[in-house]
Design a binder for this molecule. Structure first.
Ligand SMILES: Cc1cc2nc3c(=O)[nH]c(=O)nc-3n(C[C@H](O)[C@H](O)[C@H](O)COP(=O)(O)OP(=O)(O)OC[C@H]3O[C@@H](n4cnc5c(N)ncnc54)[C@H](O)[C@@H]3O)c2cc1C
Length: 488
């Protein structure tokens, strides 16, 4: 619906068009707070985390209450607009702005309260709360926690609906695995909840593909007691292609076996200048030594650093910044990112992958990095929940790769995409019969609608599409890679 509208509007600026005026008037008459294009905060409100992908909404609602969210959704439906919830605005593809021009954006940043029920230890968290503030608030309310990603500025809303992987996920599961209930405004404006007992199919869909089904306002999470023994480690690895290929083979075997306990969370972090094996173990120093030694001895006993930290100190360390994040948090990067979720790589793929790193990636002077997480395996809490637990489709993936290529000033080069595409190709071209998954929280906007749907949700897509037809038949909530969007 949005494309036809845009054609009719050209060349009038979207946010100054008659339809924008109608959206603004509808929101005003329903007393929904909004940020208007004439407001001084407009540019900052619509500035994406990824500066490479700016999009202009037709209007921005800025609600503080659930009835205001309902009214904003109904305005969108009445005017035949596409409606997009935005929480922390950190989508790699700017999906919080719709991933294209012309959406009615519902900016949820004022839904940011975090409270822990002292009896059930269930936390109620507003979707606009940012991960750093959530971690601090949970800890201050009885030293509670749930597992989530590392960047303090990421919003709970977008993070959890895509899965939500963090340093403690191999031990405790994804952020969405801790979700016990979501409060949500649906396309018809109704406010309801989704949980294991109420709207269970919708609840299944929200935990992995939730951006396509409505505007979640609050989420309830089962918390755990924040671990007191956080053994944070980092080892420098040898930097040549053959030694890295050998080390990677060792790590894949380790992740796949019971030798890697659930308490161990580990990744390889690679940038132009270094390769590190890093992570966190939840337990005692001696249990850590027992768990890590089979790996270290097989990769040449590299030198490194091992520190015992508290939960908040450990989170701050991974964040490389303060966890406290203000309402008007204003951090941005200019980048292209891709992901892959793989089972065990074969020998040919490993050779091609590490040769590309050695010969091509190291010669690229941009500020790129690659994170290779040991995501699954026999003892992983994510894997153990089983494939049907939620719409997150990657529980069988042993390894998760995040490829990230950024420029520190200026614009991203127009021929830059081939760098990461080429790196991903080293794996996919070597194992052509494998259907590889990709992680929507590292959304790749260069994927077509169909490629994205198949890669993000694999075999779960057909079921998601059916649920979408039930709860949002007119595709009110959509973006170029959403469930239900038809490839043009
Ligand atoms: C610096 C950085 C570090 C990151 N680290 C990690 C990490 O460690 N682990 C990890 O898993 N991911 C990580 N991510 C990715 C992050 O989890 C995703 O980009 C996530 O989608 C961001 O959520 P958001 O609310 O900030 O983004 P937004 O752009 O606001 O939203 C992202 C998507 O979710 C939808 N959405 C947002 N709010 C709602 C809502 N209330 N109801 C329904 N749908 C909603 C939006 O419409 C959009 O499609 C990182 C991202 C950045 C920028």
């Amino acid at each position: 619906m949005i494309f036809a509208t845009l054609l009719l509007l050209a060349p009038v600026a979207i946010h100054a068009s008659p339809l924008a005026n109608a959206a603004t008037a509808c929101l005003s008459s329903a007393s929904v707070p909004q940020i208007q294009s004439t407001d001084s905060s407009w540019s900052r409100t619509i500035k994406p985390f990824n500066l490479r992908l700016p999009y202009t909404p037709i209007a921005v609602a800025y609600p503080t209450t659930v009835p205001q969210v309902q009214a904003a959704v109904l305005c969108g439906a009445q005017l035949n607009l596409t409606v997009t919830p935005k929480s922390g605005g950190h989508s790699y593809a700017s999906h919080g702005l719709g991933g294209e021009d012309g959406h009615l954006v519902i900016d949820m940043r004022q839904f940011k309260e975090v409270t822990v029920d002292k009896t059930t230890q269930i936390a109620t968290v507003g979707v606009g709360a940012r991960l750093g503030n959530v971690a601090q608030s949970l800890y201050s309310q009885g030293q509670r926690a749930f597992s989530h990603g590392t960047c303090p500025g990421v919003g709970v809303g977008g993070h959890v609906v895509g899965g939500g992987y963090g340093y403690s996920s191999r031990t405790k599961g994804l952020a969405s695995d801790a979700l016990v209930e979501a409060e949500i405004v649906l396309a018809n404006g109704t406010f309801t909840t989704a949980s294991a007992t109420n709207n269970p199919e919708l609840f299944w869909a929200l935990r992995g593909a939730g951006s396509s089904f409505g505007v979640i306002t609050r989420m309830k999470f089962q918390t755990f007691a924040a671990p007191t023994n956080n053994i944070v480690f980092s080892y420098g690895l040898n930097v040549n292609a053959q030694s890295m290929k050998n080390a990677f083979a060792v790590l894949q075997d380790y992740a796949n076996s019971t030798a890697m306990p659930a308490e161990m969370n580990m990744r390889v972090f690679i940038n132009r200048g270094s390769v590190s094996l890093m992570g966190v173990f939840y337990g005692t120093q001696s249990a850590f030594q027992t768990a890590i030694s089979p790996v270290l001895s097989k990769i040449g006993n590299p030198g490194g650093q091992v520190q015992q930290k508290g939960w908040i100190d450990a989170l701050t360390g991974y964040a490389y910044m303060s966890l406290s994040t203000p309402l008007d948090y204003d951090v941005h990067e200019t980048f292209f990112s891709k992901s892959l979720m793989t089972e065990r790589l074969d020998d040919t793929a490993m050779t091609a992958f590490w040769n590309y790193w050695y010969n091509t990636a190291r010669a690229n002077s941009r500020d790129w990095y690659l994170i290779v997480d040991l995501h699954g395996g026999q003892s992983s809490a994510i894997t153990k929940l089983g494939q049907d637990y939620s719409s997150y489709a990657h529980r069988k993936a042993l390894i998760k790769y995040e490829f990230y290529d950024r420029v520190n000033s200026g614009s991203y080069p127009s021929n830059g995409l081939s760098f990461l595409n080429g790196w991903v190709d080293t794996i996919t071209n070597s194992m052509k019969s494998t259907q590889f998954g990709m992680y929507i929280n590292y959304a790749d906007p260069t994927l077509s609608t169909t490629q994205a749907q198949n890669s993000y949700w694999l075999g779960n897509y057909a079921k998601l599409a059916n649920i979408k037809k039930e709860v949002d038949p007119a595709n009110l909530f959509s973006n170029p890679q959403a469930v239900g969007r038809v490839q043009v």
